[in-house]
Design a protein around this ligand. Sequence first.
Ligand SMILES: C[S@@+](CC[C@H](N)C(=O)[O-])C[C@H]1O[C@@H](n2cnc3c(N)ncnc32)[C@H](O)[C@@H]1O
Length: 266
Amino acid sequence: MATDYDAIAEDYRRAKAQPWREAIEAFTLMELAGPPAGLAVADLACGEGYYTRRLRRAGAARALGVDRSSAMIELARAEEAARPLGVEYAVGDCTEPIAAGPFDLVVAAYLLNYARDRAELAAMCRGVARLLKPTGRFIAVDTNPDLDLDRTSAFRGYGFEVEAPRGAEEGAPIHWTFHLESGPLRVENYHLPAEARLEALRDAGFGSVRRHDPRVAPGDGAGPADWGPFRANPPITYLEASLGPPDGRKPSALGILGLNPGGDMV
Ligand SMILES: C[S@@+](CC[C@H](N)C(=O)[O-])C[C@H]1O[C@@H](n2cnc3c(N)ncnc32)[C@H](O)[C@@H]1O
């Protein structure tokens, strides 16, 4: 059953404090997003605004966060009221058209992995394309569909576990359990193969799609000394996509998405 973020909004915010979030998740996402100074940015599935605030602080001219959970948006708005940054928030379901934009950059941290089937995934990708200017870019981070499920026990050292009780069939649930001081917090998203994300993005008009592995912030001293198991079997993966025809730098880049899941496509 789809995770009800209304019920776990506060706990999920606490799960963002685990060291890997900053050292790997956010570092890689912000690096791929590039300097947002002066850009209009939308953050889909924004939750309590973790990346929306970050992008605005980094200089985004406009930052809009959208999430279907009203409790998450309430947390985001409360933070905006307490420490105003000029961020806008809206409750909305990203499988439906969102009337906003156009944006230079759309970011979605853990949206696409909430698609339970290819039709929902296609709707999300079409929605992203509609929000973007023709020159715009899309950056996403999601559960890695090529995660080796037999080698996930090492993630316990980072404070979480990932399990797929029904294996890697299309639409099967993926369970993330975050071990917090207050107890375990489980969220559920869904497995669709890498090739499904590629197909949905291409059908939505993204000619250039690259996949990236997570990177560790240089000089990171805050987290576990050894990010080796995280890097050897990354639980998350990134997509970078631009509208329009293939960019020509690597004509086979789209094909590589499914064939070389571990490699950067640059
Ligand atoms: C794992 S949380 C990530 C939140 C935020 N992006 C972050 O990184 O902190 C996933 C979020 O996706 C939202 N979500 C899931 N499906 C959605 C949809 N179809 N439309 C909008 N938001 C959605 C949930 O409500 C939840 O807040």
